[in-house]
Design a protein around this ligand. Structure first.
Ligand code: FE2
Length: 285
């Protein structure tokens, strides 16, 4: 079994780098760590970076997960090959671009590229936000799946994720004590469906709600509260049509043995217990 420690980064292509960086800094509130000809690295917490915009097609999405050691990475690569998922071992230049000691990449069953990384760079300093959005760190991603039951089996059996809850066919998966770090939403495509950053409190959610509206950013869902994770949330649209989320107050599942996943029906109230209705295709019922 491969044990994922945390999500390390999301790398996404953009058709307009300047616009994407403007959004990340002036709207979202991230810090530019560095920029080169092809990429902008953005920070949201104490790590070197958690989000990268690439000068690449907007549908190019990669999620990086860190493993605890180089040894585990070696074992994971062999396990993936055995399970029928060919891996590519990162070259020195590719490792440098990802700021990791080593990584392997492969495609999960729906087709999204996953990097497993070992010894990613740490920064040694706190995040200096470009806007006081209250971000405490990058937290989770929604992914598209074209076969939710098959992909749930892959994520749980091969990558050791656990189901926390389902909304309709969509499993919300945890890899640590946070209620979910990955959620799989049925669609006829693959890649990242939304990108989540945690904020300090409900005050940050509400402040951003008014700020984003004033800035003309399209609000896609919320403010609201998920009945599954208990988190209060706000979803809004970023560059290239990507959905971004701020949330706070997510449930922690500390005792694995005390917890059983719950089935929520596929309806609006399973996404928001306050009555907000989503303007996000995969959440629309
Ligand atoms: Fe989310």
């Amino acid at each position: 079994m491969i044990v994922l420690k945390d999500i390390r980064y999301v790398r996404i292509g953009t058709s307009d780098m300047d616009n994407a960086v403007r959004f990340a800094t002036r709207i979202l509130g991230l810090e530019v760590e560095s920029q080169d000809r092809r990429a902008t690295y953005l920070r949201s917490d104490a790590r070197d970076h958690t989000l990268v915009y690439l000068d690449a097609p907007a549908e190019d999405h990669t999620i990086g997960f860190d493993l605890v050691s180089l040894k585990e990475l070696e074992t994971a690569a062999a396990e993936l090959e055995n399970a029928g998922f060919p891996v590519h071992a990162g070259t020195t230049a590719e490792c440098e671009q990802r700021r990791v000691k080593a990584f392997v990449s492969f495609r999960e069953p729906s087709g999204t590229t996953i990097d497993l990384v070992a010894q990613p760079w740490h920064s040694g300093r706190a995040h200096a936000p470009s806007r006081m959005a209250g971000i405490t760190g990058f937290s989770h991603v929604g992914l598209y799946t074209n076969a939710p039951a098959r992909d749930q089996e892959f994520w749980t059996a091969v990558l050791s994720a656990r189901v926390s809850d389902w909304i309709g066919e969509a499993p919300l998966l945890r890899i640590d004590e946070v209620h979910h770090k990955i959620a799989l939403f049925p669609a006829n495509r693959h890649g990242v469906q939304h990108i989540n950053h945690q904020v300090e409190s409900i005050d940050d959610i509400m402040r951003s709600y008014y700020f984003l509206r004033e800035q003309g950013v399209r609000i896609r869902f919320g403010p609201g509260r998920h009945p599954t994770s208990g988190a209060m949330f706000l979803y809004f649209e970023g560059p290239d049509g990507m959905t971004y989320e701020y949330s706070t107050g997510v449930r922690l599942i500390k005792e694995e043995s005390d917890y059983a996943p719950r089935q929520f029906p596929f309806r609006s109230s399973s996404f928001c217990m306050w009555g907000s209705t989503p303007d996000i295709p995969e959440f629309k019922t």
